[in-house]
Write a protein that binds this ligand. Structure first.
Ligand SMILES: Cc1ncc(COP(=O)(O)O)c(C=O)c1O
Length: 361
């Protein structure tokens, strides 16, 4: 029996497609916000569900790519991508370090154990990013250790160019007090590291905090056409949606007042009405937490979701729409922003995009 590759979406009615032109447009938006900075396009987690190969090709005018793990970077390099690559989570063994150095992949150094490994490894050479923690308390060396760590790295035979980076915890909220505190802390760290090249800004910061742009910006979500800022839509920022998540209408039900819909019977018809059944559910990456009222696009009408999301289907209110079986339905994409659906599902677009595109390459 031949081994089937696990391209789940091709066996389903709901389909995800990617608009490479929109990716290119969004990269140009990054460049127009930060014309003096180089761009590290963040394409970790399969390019936020958009397919890492597709994204790397469409974003070939980025100056570098960031991946989360060593294996993500190694597999992208081995597929023929020659642009600078960096691993945001760094490395955890000498073997990994050697494999990355062999492929000229840059690494983030975020704890002193990694500096120990670099010191033990004199037969490799690679460029590194020293990550300092300026208040997010996720990855990064404490500010107080920035100077000594930088000096240790400078003394390592295995280390080529050293750059410095940090990451904001609240950049999506313009004016959040931690934003300026983190920037100040980072400029303190830069003072201790001889003003090395630096990177701090993600999508939200590069748009709303010009002083955070520095030599390198690191956008992710805005490249995929979703708004990084809480109070600005993607449209207002002239970002184009890249992922189109579509399906079709499987059935149209004529229900009576008082009829209940779906698992748990959580929605009751207030009147006699038509209800549509769409071939998309949580197995396709549609969020199970999307509640009744979440909009679904059908024939130019936003139809509210009714009741619970099932594995393979959802029900929608057809009272305002003209609809026939097999009609095209958009879960998110050009006609309906993923940001709107994320809000209804009490999550962020990042999660929805990663899930729906999980099987793309
Ligand atoms: C270290 C780092 N830099 C940059 C980014 C990109 O952030 P965004 O997608 O919000 O632009 C991420 C994403 O999580 C990240 O972890």
């Amino acid at each position: 029996m031949p081994i089937m590759s696990a391209k789940m979406t091709h066996t389903r009615i709901a389909q995800v497609s990617i608009d490479a032109e929109a990716l290119r447009h969004n990269l140009q938006r990054v460049k127009s916000f930060s014309p003096d900075s180089k761009v590290i396009a963040v394409i970790k987690a399969n390019a936020y569900g958009h397919g890492v190969q597709t994204a790397a090709e469409a974003l070939s005018e980025a100056d570098a790519f960031a991946l989360a793990t060593p294996n993500e970077a190694i597999s992208l390099r081995q597929s023929g991508v020659s642009r600078p690559l960096m691993v945001l989570q760094g490395f955890s063994s000498i073997e990994e370090l050697k494999a990355l150095a062999d492929l000229d992949i840059q690494v983030v150094v975020h704890h002193s154990g990694q500096i120990d490994l670099l010191e033990q490894c004199s037969d490799v050479k690679l460029d590194i990013w020293l990550k300092v923690d300026t208040g997010m308390h996720r990855l990064g060396l404490p500010i107080e250790m920035a100077e000594s760590s930088y000096q240790r790295l400078q003394d390592c035979e295995s280390v080529g160019q050293i750059r410095v980076m940090s990451h904001f915890a609240n950049a999506d909220e313009i004016g959040h007090p931690m934003n300026s505190e983190q920037l100040l802390a980072f400029s303190g760290a830069l003072g201790m590291t001889g003003r090395a090249e630096a990177s701090m800004a993600n999508s939200a910061a590069l748009i709303s905090m010009p002083e955070s742009r520095m030599q390198w910006v690191r956008p992710g979500i805005m490249l995929y056409g979703s708004s990084p800022l809480k109070d600005k839509s993607a449209n207002e920022l002239d970002l184009q949606p890249v992922m189109q998540f579509e399906s079709k209408l499987l059935a149209v039900q004529q229900l009576k007042q008082g009829d209940v819909i779906g698992y748990g019977s959580t929605w009751r018809c207030p009147e006699d009405m038509k209800v549509g059944v769409v071939a998309a559910g949580y197995a396709d990456g549609y969020p199970r937490h999307a509640g009744s009222g979440t909009p679904v696009w059908l024939n130019d009408v936003l139809c509210p979701l009714l009741g619970r999301v099932s594995m393979d289907s959802i029900c929608i209110d057809l009272r305002k729409a003209e609809a026939n079986i097999n009609d095209r339905v958009v879960l998110w994409g050009k006609e309906l922003s993923v940001d709107v659906v994320a809000e209804y599902a009490n999550t962020i677009s990042y999660e929805l995009l990663c899930r729906a595109g999980a099987s793309l390459s």
